[in-house]
Design a protein around this ligand. Structure first.
Ligand code: HEC
Ligand code: HEC
Length: 159
């Protein structure tokens, strides 16, 4: 009986030893953090200037909130005032030359179209962001569904 218990304990110890994580031979570096050791503060990269070209950018996929092609520094956007709507409200577009917000921005979550901006679309910068001409920190191979469809088309035709 004692022998049997010893055998079980021995095999459990062996299992635990086998499950130990293996240390990779190459040092691991987080691409966002760089090579600075974890216990040291990295020097932050310089901030890229905001692009202010006023040129409407393409969208990466159909439902993407368009990025903001102009500076928004100092624009008030809180419960007291919405600077964005001074130009982007449908009623202001002719005067400001801005793209008016779509009907989706006046539709609440129950699907009802309101006479004013829907609360869930009030804080514009939740979804729309200005851009900087900065190098991507990690590689990205994202392709929109349209592109996938055109790439898959020749194969589909073969069948
Ligand atoms: C002074 C007027 C003005 C204000 C204020 C303003 N915009 Fe604009 N916005 C424009 C104009 C004009 C354009 C068209 C492109 C251009 O000239 O920059 C534009 C373009 C955009 C676009 C691109 C639309 C598309 O179809 O690609 C987005 C998104 C946008 N603005 C969001 C915002 C947000 C969010 C705010 C508030 C933080 C804001 N704008 C404040 C005038 C304004
Ligand atoms: C919850 C996310 C969200 C919020 C908040 C939001 N938007 Fe949008 N916006 C979108 C999406 C998604 C689109 C693209 C599809 C559409 O038109 O609904 C869009 C489209 C737009 C466009 C382009 C319209 C067109 O017809 O090309 C403008 C301009 C815009 N938004 C401005 C604003 C402004 C100004 C605010 C704040 C008052 C705002 N958005 C708040 C998600 C959002």
């Amino acid at each position: 009986m004692r022998n049997w218990t010893a055998l079980v304990i021995a095999s459990l110890v062996a299992l635990a030893a086998g499950a130990q994580p293996t240390v990779p031979d190459k040092a691991f570096h987080d691409p966002l953090r760089g090579t600075t050791p974890l216990n040291e503060e990295p020097r932050p990269p310089l901030m890229s200037p905001t692009e202010n070209s006023d040129v409407i950018r393409g969208r990466a996929y159909a439902q993407q909130p368009p990025t903001i092609p102009h500076k928004i520094d100092g624009y008030q956007l809180d419960r007291n005032a919405n600077k964005c709507m001074e130009c982007h409200a449908g009623s202001r577009a002719a005067q400001s030359g801005a793209v008016p917000v779509g009907i989706s921005h006046y539709t609440n979550r129950a699907g009802e179209t309101l006479g004013h901006l829907a609360p869930r679309r009030y804080f514009c910068t939740q979804c729309h962001v200005p851009q900087a001409d900065a190098k991507p920190l990690v590689a990205n191979t994202f392709t929109g569904i349209e592109d996938i469809r055109t790439q898959a088309a020749p194969q589909a035709r073969k069948k």
